[in-house]
Design a protein around this ligand. Structure first.
Ligand SMILES: [Ca+2]
Length: 435
């Protein structure tokens, strides 16, 4: 992940924050990670109170040691890993922050998929041609997809996060907001150290513990990291064969379908039922064709029996994408639609396909967190049922926006904009008289 906050991949946790992103099309958050941090996204954080540990760190560590040894981790491994352990204030700060998502999806996509990155990615494909072909043939995951993950996660290994994974996970397990999740990850990290894949001083990653060039959380590493170069170590920090093979194994396990595409950009006809443009509304491609969905570049959609959803991250004014099962496989790396679209679009460019043809509504400023909460509160007061007013624009909020748009005769695309918020302010429900 990027310089922003490097966040990890693979978080299974998908906290609400993530969930927000994904659904929202807001800039992604971190990958697979768990945490709520989003890599790309986070802007200015608002603070949440960190958890207060109930026991001293020394006592906590002693209990952890007993648990680790009970799981078969050698005392020597544990003691070496914790010889210089430090709790990190910076990690606590990052864990306590709530991403503002004050970025529009195109701003994230511009940073994730641009000419420089496409050039660099094509060069990496050339430099590693034989290796990528071998792994791709074996796994069924195209080289362009593998390199796109690598590019979006760490800019091809340039930004892998500079935190000690043991320090970061220890901090999060001891005093973070998701202590039990991170305790499991910390024990998994110890298991990796115990297996000799990497010495503790080289085990670096993001503040949330996503490691190496693929930003794998330790539990993901244990399941999918692969020793492709045969030196006896699974090294996703320094060995490209291991990096590509591990990524391929994870993507394959996430349900990648050999020979199918992730989807493509499409055009929608006038009168398209925009309320159906939601990631969780999946239909056979043939049905989308009947509704007038067409490839933006002409030709047929193909694969008509496959299931797909129409994804629009910026409402009716922005481009539309028909996303298939392989897009869902990408989402399992990092449950953010913006993230998955970045990987998908980068892979297309690496494969020589064109970039996005439609234009983004770049004149639309992002709503601040306070404005998103206000939007939700106003929608709720009008009986539009946006769900909890948490500042996260997910499917419930979009559907509430659609109800409001329908009520004023606007196109019900669910895209929350400043002008829509203005409109809501003018439609304020009368305040009920007290009593
Ligand atoms: Ca190796």
């Amino acid at each position: 992940m990027r310089p922003l906050l490097s966040l990890p991949v693979r978080l299974l946790l998908a906290t609400t924050i993530l969930a927000g992103c994904q659904t929202t099309g807001a800039p992604p958050v971190s990958a697979t990670t768990t945490s709520g941090a989003t890599k790309a996204t986070a802007a200015a954080p608002a603070s949440v109170a960190p958890a207060q540990p109930a026991v001293s760190f020394a006592d906590w560590l002693q209990a952890l040691r007993a648990e680790a040894l009970g799981q078969g981790i050698r005392a020597q491994t544990f003691d070496r890993a914790f010889a210089n352990v430090k709790l990190s204030d910076r990690v606590v700060e990052l864990d306590s922050s709530q991403p503002e998502f004050n970025r529009q999806p195109w701003q994230y996509l511009d940073s994730a998929v641009n000419d420089r990155r496409v050039q660099a990615g094509r060069q990496r494909i050339q430099d590693n041609g034989a290796l990528l072909r071998r792994i791709s043939q074996r796994s069924g995951v195209p080289a362009e997809i593998l390199v796109a993950f690598w590019g979006v996660e760490t800019d091809f290994g340039n930004f892998t996060g500079g935190f000690s994974v043991v320090d970061a996970l220890t901090t999060l397990a001891y005093e973070g907001r998701r202590a039990s999740y991170f305790r499991t990850e910390l024990l998994a990290a110890l298991r990796i150290l115990d297996s000799g894949d990497i010495p503790p001083e080289r085990m670096s990653g993001s503040w949330a513990g996503a490691m190496g060039q693929t930003q794998f959380m330790p539990t993901i590493f244990l399941k999918h990291a692969t020793d492709e170069d045969g030196d006896g170590r699974r090294d996703i920090w320094g060995s490209l064969p291991d990096v590509f093979a591990s990524t391929a194994k994870f993507v394959q396990a996430n349900g990648w379908r050999t020979g199918e595409r992730w989807g493509e950009e499409v055009t929608l006809p006038a009168g398209f039922p925009y309320e159906q443009a939601e990631y969780n509304i999946s239909k056979p491609v043939s049905e989308w064709r009947r509704l007038g969905v067409r490839p933006v570049n002409g030709g047929d959609l193909g694969g008509e029996e496959e299931r797909a959803a129409v994804l629009m991250l910026a409402g009716a004014q922005g481009p539309a994408f028909l996303v298939r099962e392989n897009f869902r496989a990408i989402m399992k790396y990092n449950p953010s639609t913006s993230y998955a679209l970045a990987v998908a679009l980068l892979s297309d460019r690496l494969a020589g396909r064109s970039g996005v043809q439609g234009s983004w509504p770049r004149h639309e400023p992002a709503l601040s967190r306070d404005e998103r909460i206000e939007l939700q509160e106003r929608l709720a007061s009008l009986g539009m049922e946006p769900g909890t007013a948490d500042g996260i624009v997910g499917a419930n909020t979009r559907n509430a926006v659609r109800r409001f748009q329908q009520s004023i005769g606007a196109v019900p695309d669910g895209f929350a904009t400043k002008s829509l918020l203005e409109r809501l302010r003018q439609s304020a429900a009368p305040v009920p008289a007290a009593g």
